[in-house]
Write a protein that binds this ligand. Structure first.
Ligand code: SF4
Length: 331
């Protein structure tokens, strides 16, 4: 678990049972009362790798846009995708994480006004009454890593159970699944795991084996599972490495029963690319030939990346997975 050195609590939340329940997990710390988290969070630049020592925790209400439209090619093709924001930053550390250049601080922010988020989800859904709409959690954090502290899953499960035309995705690398397992599965809430071959790019996230075990437990308990093979990591024995990963994944959950697979290569907006280079100058990510494309995204050129994704697609098809279940992320 990441080391929390300070807690900042917004004044309006002083008497909030939800906030106090989170604080009770850190009985050695006395929260500092502040007016608004964004008067402090990220105001002074804090190095991303400071998270290896300690970070501060902000407990706040999110104001402004709580639900945002996802970029094109973010999710399954032909459907509308939005993400909602209930946390900033993550307790894990992955070399390719774009959060390292996104905020000016690795401090954690937990937003606890989930009812406001759900109200905005309802508003967005009401504007698209005839569409199948996705709402993704975990765009700026990991969706499960702190659920034993935050306890919000029940709120979202209650809403999505009653709104079966909407889909929620919990994106994660976490094996912190006890809170999830304590709930009854809902067919339109999909827990999606990011997997990559074992290459030591994820320092603090659960290992691939631990993630596979979590997937297996959730699948056996009836929770729908999605898989992100993202970022795809090239290597000399690429075919064998992914064949091995898919073999073990298929043991955790028959691939035919995975709801969808998304495939994506390592990619960064230019400013984040430079930040990653600064934090991890020796990273094998930089063995790849990468170029900035016309949209300002740094990634390997199409003639390199498409054959990699095609290779994995074909390997997944060998498990009798329907073609429509695979999409290419951000392509
Ligand atoms: S788990 Fe995701 S959000 Fe967390 S550090 Fe890794 S890439 Fe970033």
């Amino acid at each position: 678990m990441i080391n929390i050195d300070k807690i900042f609590l917004e004044r309006d939340l002083k008497d909030s049972p939800r906030a106090n329940s989170i604080i009770s997990h850190f009985s050695h710390l006395t929260p500092k009362i502040i007016d608004r988290y964004d008067e402090i969070f990220g105001k002074v630049k804090k190095p991303y790798l400071q998270k290896r020592q300690s970070v501060s925790l902000f407990i706040a209400n999110k104001k402004g846009n709580l639900v945002k439209e996802a970029p094109e090619a973010y999710g399954t093709v032909g459907e509308k995708h939005f993400y909602f924001i209930h946390a900033f930053n993550c307790i894990y550390e992955c070399e390719y994480c774009y959060l390292q250049g996104y905020f000016h601080s690795p401090d954690l922010v937990l937003f606890i006004n989930h009812e406001d988020i759900i109200k905005e989800i309802k508003d967005v859904a009401s504007q698209h009454p005839n569409d199948r709409i996705w709402f993704h959690a975990g765009e700026f954090s990991d969706s499960l890593a702190l659920t034993h502290l935050t306890g919000e899953l029940q709120v979202y499960f209650d809403f999505f159970r009653d709104n079966s035309n909407l889909i929620m995705e919990l994106r994660t690398k976490s094996d912190n699944i006890d809170s999830l397992l304590s709930l009854s599965p809902v067919s339109n809430i999909i827990t999606s795991y990011s997997l990559a071959p074992k290459k030591n790019l994820d320092y603090k996230a659960p290992t691939i084996d631990e993630r596979l075990q979590a997937i297996s437990r959730l699948h056996r308990a009836g929770f729908p599972i999605g898989i992100h093979l993202d970022p795809i990591i090239p290597s000399k024995n690429f075919n064998e490495v992914y064949s091995d990963l898919l073999y073990h994944l298929n043991e955790a959950i028959p691939l035919k029963e995975v709801q969808y697979f998304s495939l994506g290569v390592t990619r960064f907006p230019e400013n984040i690319y430079h930040q990653v280079k600064k934090n991890y100058p020796q990273s094998i990510l930089f063995n790849e030939h990468m170029l900035k494309d016309k949209n300002g995204i740094v990634r390997s050129p199409r003639p390199i990346r498409f054959p990699l994704m095609e290779n994995i697609k074909q390997q997944i098809f060998d498990y009798d997975v329907e073609k429509s279940k695979i999409y290419l992320c951000m392509e």
